[in-house]
Design a binder for this molecule. Structure first.
Ligand SMILES: Cc1cc2nc3c(=O)[nH]c(=O)nc-3n(C[C@H](O)[C@H](O)[C@H](O)COP(=O)(O)OP(=O)(O)OC[C@H]3O[C@@H](n4cnc5c(N)ncnc54)[C@H](O)[C@@H]3O)c2cc1C
Length: 398
């Protein structure tokens, strides 16, 4: 006979552990099933091993989704302060970095241990590492889950198997396959928070800038005009990376262009033209005041402008140079893919799910949470906050 549970959570990552703990502590009998040998590996490796577990400022505008308002309800019902309070109850030291991002002082293992302790407080049972063979609705009686280690049945199933990024640590398309099987629409998953690449010939002039980093203002033609980021950009052998590019990659669509201001703090045209007559500087020296030297030199070379005193250069040449640096338009030819992507954008269509419970309208009793859903956070702790918030509301609902 199949073992019976109120709730089966499939996927013991950030969202699944939160959901299981909340449901268990509400008195539900909960089983968590995961196929990976190591528990919550993404939490472990996140934030360079210190887990950027949330952000002080969280709102729906920091998430990309087919429905920009979908995340609001869950984010309001379980806020970043709620998670911070939990972390403080466990006396886990943390600190704020850049722009409200909160990281553990020590290892991310502390967050995993905290979530496991919360699950233990809810008497959650574990089946892992266990592979799922089949999931079938049993009309009027929940679901049957066949696993390598036997058959279970559950009144409700929460799919928390995440997205496709980093397959080598156990990412699978289970959530998307399951959704499609039950007629639930999936927005085509795509790599996000990912470096962007360029065709080899287009990138040839920039290859030796690999390692150069600078703060830029970046946007792209697929984002609404207001979605721009002011962050560091990094040149790589194959293209562009760094927080600026990871952020905009979530909005970039194949074929689209990036619009990058490489000198966001200055009106370079005014500086070059205004100070031109009195200046004794060569162009290279003048540019190096506002840009990394290697980039300034390469830009000048690519534009075939001699390194003469700026006083000797025509106004039109200086204006063209300033326009180019303030509005560099480039067209990536792809991304580094799921192998390098921090998250998966797209996923289970929010139009199919209740914002309050994350239950699928087409398959009552089946919920989808975390990264599997078409809600993708910015870099900076937002993806974990979505995992905690969506896990919490589903845990309250089941
Ligand atoms: C390198 C890296 C660093 C990151 N750093 C941060 C950060 O600092 N801050 C932040 O907010 N976000 C960060 N993220 C993103 C964040 O880790 C994810 O958004 C978050 O873990 C998603 O939670 P989840 O529970 O939905 O999925 P996951 O945490 O990915 O968990 C999914 C679970 O499902 C299991 N699973 C998958 N398929 C199956 C299957 N078929 N059967 C059974 N089990 C299955 C997996 O083994 C895994 O345990 C980072 C991501 C990466 C890759």
């Amino acid at each position: 006979m199949a073992e019976r549970f109120d709730v089966a959570v499939i996927g013991a990552g950030a969202a699944g552990l939160m959901c299981a703990a909340v449901a268990g502590q509400r008195g539900r009998s909960v089983v968590v099933i995961d196929h990976a040998a190591k528990l919550a590996e993404k939490i472990r490796i996140s934030g360079g091993g210190r887990c950027n577990f949330t952000n002080r400022e969280v709102g729906p505008s920091q998430f990309q989704s087919g429905n920009p308002h979908f995340a609001r309800s869950a984010l309001q019902r379980y806020t970043s302060q709620d998670f911070i309070d939990l972390v403080m109850r466990y006396r886990i030291g943390f600190h704020e970095k850049h722009r409200g991002q909160l990281f553990c002082d020590g290892s991310s293992e502390a967050i995993i241990a905290m979530l496991v302790a919360e699950c233990d407080a809810g008497r959650v049972q574990w089946r892992r590492p266990v592979r799922i063979v089949d999931l079938q609705p049993q009309p009027g009686d929940g679901f049957r889950i066949d696993t390598e280690a036997g058959t279970l049945s559950a009144k409700r199933v929460v799919v928390a198997t995440g997205g496709l990024s980093i397959p080598k640590i156990g990412a699978t398309d289970f959530a998307f396959r399951t959704a499609k099987r039950f007629g639930i629409k999936v927005i085509e998953p795509r790599p996000a928070l990912v470096p962007l690449t360029f065709a080899a010939d287009a990138w040839a002039p920039f290859v030796d800038l690999s390692g150069v980093a600078l703060e830029v203002d970046i946007g792209c033609d697929s984002a609404d005009g207001s979605t721009r980021f002011r962050e560091d950009l990094l040149f790589t052998h194959r293209g562009l990376s760094g927080p600026a590019v990871l952020q905009i990659s979530t909005y970039w669509k194949p074929g689209g262009t990036l619009d990058i201001d490489l000198v966001p703090d200055v009106d370079l045209g005014r500086v070059l033209l205004g100070g031109k007559d009195a200046s004794r500087l060569n162009l290279g020296q003048a540019l190096a005041a506002h840009l990394p030297k290697r980039l300034a030199a390469r830009w000048q070379q690519a534009q075939r402008i001699d390194d003469r005193r700026i006083a000797e250069l025509p106004d039109a040449t200086l204006a063209r140079l300033a326009d180019g640096l303030g509005g560099w338009r480039v067209r990536p030819d792809g991304t580094e893919g799921f192998r390098k992507a921090e998250v998966t954008a797209g996923g289970v269509d929010t139009a199919e799910l209740s914002q309050r419970t994350l239950e699928a309208a087409r398959m009552p009793g089946l919920h989808f949470i975390g990264e599997a859903v078409d809600v993708t956070g910015w870099l900076g702790g937002y993806n974990f906050q979505w995992a905690w918030s969506s896990g919490f509301v589903a845990g309250q609902a089941v």
